[in-house]
Design a protein around this ligand. Structure first.
Ligand code: GDP
Ligand code: MN
Length: 396
């Protein structure tokens, strides 16, 4: 589960990580009130207005703007809220912005230059250890840095038995070229950041930029936080931060019905029982020249009600031009599934895409008979390849 920047910053702050302060706003009036409150608290007259969507690269897409007075806070917020923000990480249609973070301007001039660093915390899957990746080249496209100047990205691995040690935090501060107060503040920042990562059961922290202010404070200006879904049960407060508006709507509905559904780009809808068979089915569709429109595992109990629910979910995707049902009857009997398909088809009434059903296992022969004699626009197949070929034929 991903968090919005403002939620990620709240999480970091609760563990003592210094952040660029801000207040989230749903409309331009709230944004102005937020800016006034921040001015009272921090003395800043300038604010940054930041679109809150689950996508990076917002700055490049015009989703992060500096406001030098309250009129600008109002007009910029008005412009950003409701826009479809297109960034290098969104689709061409972009993501609708529902809220903005009004943040204090932290790039004020002072005794020293400001510097932008990159820092992330993640799991090194090769050896099962957490690692901190960091670079002096923050604020810009870290992918470009990784490609063209990979030696500018450092990695620090953490032994799970001892946790992050003091010397490691100092090494990071040193490699980032810091000294004096900024050095000391960076060691505190890194230690608090790592603790926040571990104790929140996160799977990714990406802070870009980490800023050294002109008065030598280290703070998180941005925060991308991904929480481990499997650990959410022990973080009720974080689980509540989920923003369903940011997620694929069909996936959200399928999840509520207990269906394992992942939306994909193709035109062949798939209904399968078991994740392994679903993967194999998608491979076969591709091999036969098609593209799966989704991954859908209906689970062990493929009864009429579930089949109907699955139909409805698949048909919500307008790209679907054919449906392939591939069910293995191990525990569930194929004739039951076949009857479920027929009942669902009749109940729904208005299915206008061809359906190919392949049922294998217990009572597969009876199931085939049921389908063939149903008088519906449903084709049966016994072999895997035969099913995929029939799909190609109806699409041609
Ligand atoms: P991203 O583009 O989605 O990664 O969003 P960021 O939160 O990283 O913001 C984009 C850029 O806005 C940053 O790299 C900064 O250069 C700039 N920015 C963020 N906060 C401030 C601020 O307080 N003042 C100024 N002048 N620029 C800021
Ligand atoms: Mn950023």
């Amino acid at each position: 589960m991903n968090l919005h920047e403002y939620q990620g910053k709240e999480l970091l702050s609760s563990f003592g990580v210094r952040i660029q302060r801000g207040i989230v706003a749903q409309n331009a009036d709230e944004a102005v009130a937020a800016a006034e409150k921040l001015t009272e608290e921090t003395g800043t007259g300038w604010h940054v207005i930041k679109a809150q969507v689950h996508a990076g690269g917002r700055g490049k897409g015009g989703g992060v703007k500096l406001a030098k007075n309250l009129e600008e806070v109002k007009s910029i917020s008005d412009q950003i809220i409701g826009m479809d923000l297109v960034t290098p990480q969104t689709s061409a249609e972009g993501k609708r912005v529902h809220q903005v973070l009004v943040a204090e301007d932290v790039y004020y001039p002072g005794e020293t230059e400001t510097s932008e660093f990159y820092m992330s915390v993640l799991l090194n899957r090769a050896n099962g250890r957490n690692m901190i990746m960091y670079s002096t080249e923050g604020g810009m496209d870290i992918e470009t840095v990784a490609e063209e100047t990979p030696h500018l990205i450092f990695t620090e691995e953490i032994d799970p038995a001892s946790g992050l040690l003091g010397f490691q935090a100092r090494k990071i501060a040193f490699n980032l070229g810091l000294s004096g107060a900024a050095f000391k503040d960076m060691t505190k920042f890194v230690s608090a950041l790592y603790r926040a990562y571990v104790e929140s059961d996160s799977s990714l922290f990406e802070i870009n930029p980490v800023l050294k202010t002109s008065d030598n404070k280290i703070m998180a200006v941005d925060a991308k936080v991904t929480l481990d879904d499997n650990a959410l049960y022990r973080h009720k407060d974080l689980a509540e931060m989920r923003d369903l508006r940011e997620e694929n709507q069909i996936e959200v509905e399928a999840g509520a019905l207990g269906l394992n559904y992942v939306d994909l780009d193709g035109n062949v809808g798939c209904m399968v029982n078991g994740a392994g068979l679903a993967m194999a089915t998608m491979d076969l569709i591709k091999q036969a020249g098609g593209e799966p429109a989704n991954f859908l595992d209906v689970g062990g109990t493929a009864d009429a009600a579930r089949v109907e629910a699955a139909f409805k979910i698949i048909l919500k995707d307008p790209a679907v031009k054919a449906i392939l049902i591939n069910i293995f009857g191990g525990i569930v009997r194929c004739d039951r599934v076949a009857q479920g398909v027929i009942d669902a088809y009749k109940n729904m009434g208005n299915i206008d895409v061809p359906i190919i059903v392949r049922l294998q296992g217990t009572n597969a022969d009876i199931a085939k008979e049921l389908i063939d004699n149903s008088g519906l626009d449903v084709m049966s197949a016994t072999e895997f390849q035969e099913a995929a070929d029939k799909v190609q034929t109806v699409l041609a």
